[in-house]
Design a protein around this ligand. Structure first.
Ligand SMILES: Cc1cc2nc3c(=O)[nH]c(=O)nc-3n(C[C@H](O)[C@H](O)[C@H](O)COP(=O)(O)OP(=O)(O)OC[C@H]3O[C@@H](n4cnc5c(N)ncnc54)[C@H](O)[C@@H]3O)c2cc1C
Length: 389
């Protein structure tokens, strides 16, 4: 008889589906691969337990950290706008450790922005009031991905070893599954695309889409934690993107202090923050580009308004904040509506955390289960990996 301790253990490969290729989905796949790899290291003679992970993403790209650019046909240079998340924090030691390899390669970089407080000009006042507020990095570091905000998502996807990303694949609601659960012989879930084509059977299904979309996916599915999905409230955000030609005069407000500023926190206005894109690390070759985020409460109130009306309104307010004239007016103007941008968390309320249905082996998560930022995507991914492994 051979020594049983030398025999490979018969363990089936867990098939895992991740719905959504945003940062929560990518972090989850990364952490699961690492967790399985660590488990295998501890089993010297055992058969390796390799997860088979499929990320289903309805769009053409991963990461959803949005970058838009436009090329100038005269100079061949680009305007570029990170019109979703501008930066992220890494307050916890575990997230600091997680981002370290990309800091080493320079793909992630700290943005030590000079931040000002800006009061737009009123009717009787000819100039905006601008004061130095802080320099990022002196107390809390903020990071960006270079050369584009989308670069990190692509790098994360490229580094996955046991995961496949299926683009342009929108997962259909899991509603029909409720009826079949009683009859099924295994714990596997069959997923379908929006055309009703089967995408295979999975041991675990992890949903990482925004909560408005998670409600639709999970409605009538029997998911045990369904009621909790609607607990966090999401607010919209409008992003205004402005660009200037090479050698064009820039608005006066940019040069009113001794040192150049990079970020403005706007007071008493429907716009919240102004970000100077071409001042960011590794962004100096860009043509002058600026992203402006409207306030979330104002964006939510106007979420269904005509986008051209919104663009005109934001442009008018931006002009009062930046004080441009005919020569220094932007040559490029674009506007984007984010329906689900900010998670409203009451500070007294505990974070929701990931929602787990052990019977079905389904997990629902996303940044909205935490504080609605990139660091929360990581925290939720870590919770999911722990819940599964
Ligand atoms: C305007 C704006 C400003 C922000 N500013 C900051 C900031 O300064 N700092 C910060 O840390 N965070 C910021 N954030 C938040 C940050 O962008 C998010 O926390 C993060 O991108 C969320 O990632 P996620 O993976 O949880 O969700 P998402 O990025 O929404 O990913 C979900 C993915 O699921 C896909 N999907 C949806 N439905 C389906 C389906 N049925 N089938 C298949 N795929 C599907 C979507 O296409 C999407 O790619 C900002 C966000 C916005 C919009």
């Amino acid at each position: 008889m051979p020594n049983s301790s030398l025999q490979p253990t018969q363990i089936s490969v867990p098939k895992i589906a991740i719905i959504g290729g945003g940062l929560t989905g990518l972090f989850t796949a990364t952490l699961l691969e690492r967790a399985f790899s660590q488990m295998n290291d501890q089993k010297i003679k055992d058969k390796a337990l390799v997860p088979e992970i499929t990320i289903f993403e309805k769009s053409r790209s991963v990461g959803r950290l949005a970058t838009r650019y436009r090329s100038d046909s005269l100079t061949n240079k680009n305007w570029q706008w990170a019109f979703g998340a501008q930066f992220f924090t890494a307050k916890s030691a575990s997230f600091q450790q997680f981002i370290e390899p990309w800091l080493q390669t320079g793909l992630l970089q700290p943005w030590c922005a000079q931040v000002v407080s800006l009061m737009p000009m009123a009717a009787n006042n000819q100039t905006p009031d601008i004061h130095f507020k802080e320099q990022w990095g002196s107390t809390q570091a903020r990071y960006i991905s270079t050369p584009k905000m989308t670069s990190w998502g692509r790098a994360l996807a490229d580094e996955l070893q046991h995961s496949t990303v299926k683009f342009n694949t929108r997962i259909a609601p899991l509603a029909g599954y409720k009826q079949t659960l009683a009859n099924k012989t295994s714990n596997k879930t069959e997923l379908f695309d929006k055309n009703g084509n089967s995408l295979g059977h999975f041991d675990w299904v992890i949903c990482t889409v925004p909560n408005g979309q998670a409600v639709e996916l999970m409605a009538d599915s029997g998911f045990s934690e369904c009621a909790k999905i609607t607990e966090p409230t999401m607010q919209a955000c409008y992003s205004l993107m402005l660009g200037w030609n090479e050698n064009q005069a820039l608005p006066e407000a940019l040069s009113c202090l001794d040192t150049a500023w990079d970020v403005a926190c706007v007071q008493d206005s429907i716009i919240d923050r102004i970000f100077i894109e071409h001042h960011k690390p590794e962004h100096h070759a860009l043509l002058p580009s600026m992203t402006i985020h409207a306030r979330n409460d104002w964006s939510e109130q106007h979420v269904d308004d005509d986008i051209d009306t919104i663009k005109a309104k934001l442009l008018e307010v931006a002009q009062q904040a930046l004080n441009w004239n005919a020569e220094s007016a932007p040559s490029q103007v674009d506007c984007h509506r984010w329906r689900y941008a900010a998670t409203v968390t009451a500070s007294h309320k505990e974070q929701l955390g990931v929602l787990v249905d052990d019977e079905r082996q389904w997990i629902v998560s996303g940044d909205w289960c935490g504080q609605g930022n990139i660091e929360s995507c990581y925290q939720m991914a870590a919770q999911m990996a722990a819940a599964m492994v």
